[in-house]
Design a protein around this ligand. Sequence first.
Ligand code: XMP
Length: 504
Amino acid sequence: LVLILDFGSQYTHLITRRIRSLSVFSLCISGTSPLKSITDLNPRVIILSGGPHSVHAPNAPCFPDGFIEYVESKGVFVLGICYGLQLIVERLGGSVRVGEKQEYGRMEIEVERACGLFGGSKKVGDKQVVWMSHGDEAVKLPDGFEVVARSQQGTVAAVTHSPEGMETLRYFLFDICGVTAGWKMEDVLDEEIKVIQGKVGPEDHVICALSGGVDSTVAATLVHKAIGDRLHCVFVDNGLLRYKERERVMETFERDLHLPVTCVDATEQFLSKLKGVVDPEMKRKIIGKEFICIFDDFAQHLERDLGKIAVYLVQGTLYPDVIESCPPPGSGRTHSHTIKSHHNVGGLPKDMKLKLIEPLKLLFKDEILAVPTAFLKRHPFPGPGLAVRVLGDVTEGNALEILRQVDEIFIQSIKDAGIYDSIWQAFAVFLPIRSVGVQGDQRTHSHVVALRAVTSQDGMTADWYNFEHKFLDDVARKICNSVRGVNRVVQDITSKPPSTIEWE
Ligand code: XMP
């Protein structure tokens, strides 16, 4: 096992994922975890991540007491990256200070001493391009440490997110630490199926709310493999879904994945509660509450009508949701393990007494390969559905219907242009205003729709996608020509921040 101790770098998850891609199992825990959490995992290699702090800051995160003694006594290999390197230097009697020149972005480093980290390929004086992002630097190394490379500015360099970064990781793990590759994603899935089979008793039933998204679908597929039709899935049509989404999603569940899914049509229930509501937070609360009622009713129906008692609840929690990280100062993030509800809006009722099954909790999103690829590659869709994309009252006029048609044209055009997979998320927004237009020699006073497409890694930050002008021209023309009630199309060209991805 390769254990990554996270000190808050943006790239910690990436390192964990990269190591797995070398067929070596890696896990990531908070850099300030108790020593027992580290020793229990019995890692052969520990990587201390970078982070936004300075080792001299008052609350700078640090590995637990006894860590150095533990790695020394057990002969655990340790690699420090940026902050991780500076922590080691500081704790072992070297010193770190604020660098005279801060180094951000692409830099060259020069090899000062042949070292296993560079394999046999780099000689003294050879250069390597790396990505740097640091303010502090190590100025005095602890006894027994040697500088193997320096940046152009003379800083002792650690390799991060760099063209030869993978090579360096490979040399480190296989040549220096003697780790053997052999870990496979499928092993984790097989293991997880066995765990579920051992956990769920022969009379126990399991329920799962499917959102139509990738995570809950894959989680349900695995549990279904483990316990068959003792799994009961529910898919709720809340009236806020996209064009033909219910039919398409149900078809995938039934035809491609053979999942036992009950589809509940709750359109009336949701839309009647949302009538007249324009405040986005209020909309979310109402939607969350209704989801819970339906879910509760479903569990009761199983027990009352079918005599099947649900003991477990499947959640599509992924590894990044489970990792306890050291949040950067001021980020507002906490160390807590957040349980993701199936719709992320209201959470599940506290008194449901269901125990959780989270079969994907050790996996990254791109590691989930058990479902058809087309399904995996769907853009994310928010739990509250089109309610966050119709600004104002969702029941006003035929806002939802107009939005569905516009969205479908936009998404289909993106697919036809072959750029769906280059975009992280694309959708249309219905604005609660009208503007004047002229269509067929007539003045119109119709609706405005906005198109939004972004690129992103995780939805936390995003940039707007730059379409070709011809593409935009074609889409706008198609929308105004075929969707009644729309005479103006605008494009959202803001990044996140300052905007969010959804308009709400
Ligand atoms: P924002 O609008 O906050 O969205 O920039 C970031 C990402 O989160 C999605 N999103 C949600 N997903 N339940 C979800 O499952 C929600 O309540 C929710 N709100 C926003 C949004 O679509 C984007 O991908």
